[in-house]
Design a protein around this ligand. Structure first.
Ligand SMILES: Nc1ncnc2c1ncn2[C@@H]1O[C@H](COP(=O)(O)OP(=O)(O)OP(=O)(O)O)[C@@H](O)[C@H]1O
Ligand SMILES: [Mg+2]
Length: 250
């Protein structure tokens, strides 16, 4: 039976490096999923493959049963597949509000909706209201009209996530959202993700090295090691899995 996202036998080599090596896992239902594993395990490469930035050498990626490996990122974005990057990407000169609003337009580029969106003052107003609501949830609404460069690094990371949400994705991939974020902001991010999940019931797939953060947030964890999937299951089970402890957690 097909799930929301099905990865089967995916491999990717860069020169002599086998970054992903016959990896398979399935995200069967909406939820917050963690993707963990040591440095170089192939997590970011897996994200790149799911989002169409890299074409796998072998294997299949299916999104709601449709093959998507090799499909261009902008097309996948229109299908509701969004991601953030390991390095933060916001437009520093633009206001925080504009960063979020531009993201809302991006997905609709080239579509009729864009024309409706840019033409209609009502649509613009409702996008702005939504953007401000989300900014408030991550506690940076007061900076809405300031350039994004005024934010701390951690706040910029949260801004990037909010921007992704404006395109109303069906699955959102976050690559190390907790890295470089102070403890207070980490709590804000945690509660924000739980709240957005409860509201939208989309799939979150989150690469993270902060074990406390991901184990308390995710309902299910996928572990990668040397390009393969070592284990998949509930956080409690993963934390006591001998293979996982040997390869990563120990
Ligand atoms: N574009 C590339 N060209 C060459 N090698 C690459 C490329 N991308 C990744 N690799 C290599 O593939 C392997 C897997 O890298 P990847 O970035 O997917 O790991 P990761 O699990 O995300 O690690 P980290 O936790 O450090 O972010 C590494 O050995 C990396 O050096
Ligand atoms: Mg990575």
């Amino acid at each position: 039976m097909s799930g929301i996202l099905d990865i089967s036998g995916v491999s990717k080599k860069f020169g002599g490096i086998q970054a992903v090596d016959g990896a398979s896992f399935s995200l069967g239902k909406p939820g917050i999923y963690g993707l963990i594993g040591p440095n170089g395990a192939g997590k970011t490469t897996m994200f790149d493959i799911i989002c169409g930035r890299q074409v796998p050498d072998a294997g299949e990626v299916r999104f709601h049963a449709q093959r998507i490996d090799g499909v261009k990122p902008y097309k996948l974005a229109r299908e509701g597949l969004a991601r953030t990057f390991q390095e933060c990407r916001v437009l520093p000169e633009e206001t925080c509000l504009n960063n979020v609003l531009f993201a809302a337009q991006d997905k609709r580029l080239g579509s009729e909706v864009l024309q409706a969106f840019t033409r209609s003052a009502t649509a613009r107003r409702s996008a702005e209201l939504e953007a401000r609501r989300l900014l408030k949830l991550i506690d940076i609404e007061r900076y809405a009209d300031d350039p994004a460069s005024a934010l701390s690094y951690g706040q910029r990371r949260l801004l990037e996530i909010v921007s992704c949400l404006m395109s109303k994705p069906r699955i959102l991939l976050l690559d190390e959202p907790a890295s470089g974020i102070n403890p207070t902001l980490l709590n804000t991010l945690h509660d924000f993700l739980v709240e957005i999940y409860e509201e939208t019931k989309i799939v979150f797939l989150i690469v993270e090295h902060n074990m406390e953060f991901i184990m308390s947030l995710a309902t299910e964890i996928v572990v990668m090691h040397q390009g393969r999937v070592l284990a998949q299951g509930a956080p409690e089970r993963i934390q006591s899995d001998k293979n996982v402890i040997d390869a990563y957690l120990g």
